[in-house]
Design a protein around this ligand. Structure first.
Ligand SMILES: Nc1ncnc2c1ncn2[C@@H]1O[C@H](COP(=O)(O)OP(=O)(O)O)[C@@H](O)[C@H]1O
Ligand SMILES: [Mg+2]
Length: 416
């Protein structure tokens, strides 16, 4: 598993390169050239494509060109036995690349699907220029004839969807702490795209199946074909065709096509709610009023006493009650109808980072420790000279909580 922490100067270089090069892309240079140019030979086309990618990447392209025949060998001719997944854009196969002696995931883009050259190039460029421990690593790509193939590091634990929403009967459900760690890492991936990339990159396809998990359940965002560069200068949004996945799209984006980083924050809220409840955002197997997770959750999110009803039954009540409250409060903030009132992703990271560090407290009995969203509050709570008001608040909260516990009969006092 290789991560690519960037040193500051590299980072700056990559940011600059990304900005310039994707801008060039958006100025349609490539789109025109790829759709209009016809090649006499396949190798001529391949050379043109690799040259274009190298040119746009200005020497920073970390993925390499992998010939189609090598991918046929790696996947045993795309044998169905090696098929590990299928999405809207094509099939994904597990394979072994002899040249690198590495197990890889090979995504063969479906030419009949709606992912075309634009998505292919955006994905190659973004994943070649931006590197972060919470973004999947693109090892290579192939563009031969009609084939458009992306080769990624293989993520042993598949996607969050496999472990949360498509769980096999014998599979072990994710525990609370792992869920918070996954949410934290996924939020950090988004934070990198929104705050470190310049201009910001709007991911546009944040959903459970695009959060891949490595052997330690570290999450990595995948599928950047729909990613868009965010607004620059005085602009507040970019206008674009509505793409993405039904249920995860922010309401203002779905209705007007106006995209901001807050659209990603909304999608994050949807996935976070899926992680807490174990429910799929759209689930037609449920009764009508429960088919849309967000609509089902809205009234419950307004009443703290109902929060317990929302927790995934597969958690078997093993979660710290206050963390559940706080996690749901974060989800509710991200899901605000009004984009401006949603938090920025770095605020979300701060809140979830705190929840993800609560493991010790889940495992050890502690009755009165006050849990709050931000680190400053946490420091205050560790301070023995807390002022009296704070203590009063704690007592009130604890009483409140005990009341809830009595009502629910489910939370073991040693767990919070
Ligand atoms: N790099 C990877 N490593 C392991 N499994 C992967 C990888 N990429 C994709 N998959 C699996 O293939 C499935 C299909 O992926 P994808 O084509 O991106 O469609 P979608 O995101 O719509 O599910 C994913 O849900 C995941 O289970
Ligand atoms: Mg995907």
């Amino acid at each position: 598993m290789s991560f690519f922490p960037c040193c500051p100067s590299q980072k700056r270089l990559r940011k600059k390169t990304l900005k310039k090069n994707i801008k060039e892309y958006h100025e349609n240079k490539i789109k025109t050239s790829f759709s209009n140019i016809s090649f006499k030979t396949d190798s001529g086309k391949r050379k043109f494509i690799t040259d274009e990618i190298a040119k746009l990447g200005k020497g920073n392209i970390t993925s390499k060109y992998i010939p189609y025949r090598e991918l046929c060998v790696a996947t045993e001719n795309f044998h169905p036995a090696n098929l590990i997944g299928e999405g809207g854009f094509g099939r994904v196969y597990k394979g072994h690349l002899k040249s690198l002696n590495q197990v890889v995931a090979v995504k063969q883009l479906d030419r009949n699907g709606y992912q075309g050259n634009r998505e292919f190039f955006v994905e190659v460029l973004i994943l070649s220029l931006l590197h972060h421990p919470n973004l999947v690593n693109l090892i290579g790509y192939c563009a031969e004839g009609e084939h458009r193939i992306l080769v990624y590091e293989y993520m042993v634990n598949g996607s969050l969807e496999d472990h949360l929403l498509d769980l096999h009967e014998e599979a072990k459900p994710l525990d609370w702490h792992t869920r918070m760690k996954i949410a934290e890492g996924a939020a950090k991936g988004l934070e990198y795209l929104h705050d470190e990339a310049n201009p910001p990159v709007i991911y546009r396809d944040f959903k459970a199946s695009n959060i891949l998990l490595d052997e330690h359940f570290n999450p990595k965002l995948s599928d950047f074909g729909l990613a868009k560069l965010g607004p620059t200068g005085d602009k507040t949004h970019v206008s674009t065709r509505v793409m993405g996945t039904y249920g995860y799209c922010a309401p203002e984006y779905a209705s007007t096509g106006q995209l901001t980083t807050k659209s990603d924050v909304y999608s994050f809220g949807v996935v976070f709610l899926e992680m807490i409840t174990g429910r799929r955002v759209i689930d037609y197997s449920r009764s009508e009023e429960e088919q849309n997770l967000v609509i089902w959750a809205q009234p419950l999110l307004k009443d703290r006493r109902k929060f317990i009803q929302m927790a995934d039954p597969l958690l078997k009540d093993k979660y710290p009650l206050k963390s559940l409250y706080q996690a749901l409060a974060v989800a509710a903030m991200c899901l605000q109808e009004e984009a401006d009132t949603r938090p920025l992703i770095n605020d979300v990271v701060t809140a979830i980072d705190f929840l993800a560090r609560k493991k010790v407290e889940v495992d050890q009995p502690h009755h009165t420790k006050h849990i709050s969203y931000n680190k400053d509050d946490e420091d205050n709570n560790n301070n023995e000279n807390e002022d009296e008001d704070d203590n009063d608040d704690n007592e009130d909260e604890d009483e409140d909580e005990k009341e809830n516990i009595k009502k629910s009969h489910i939370i073991n006092s040693s767990e919070y």
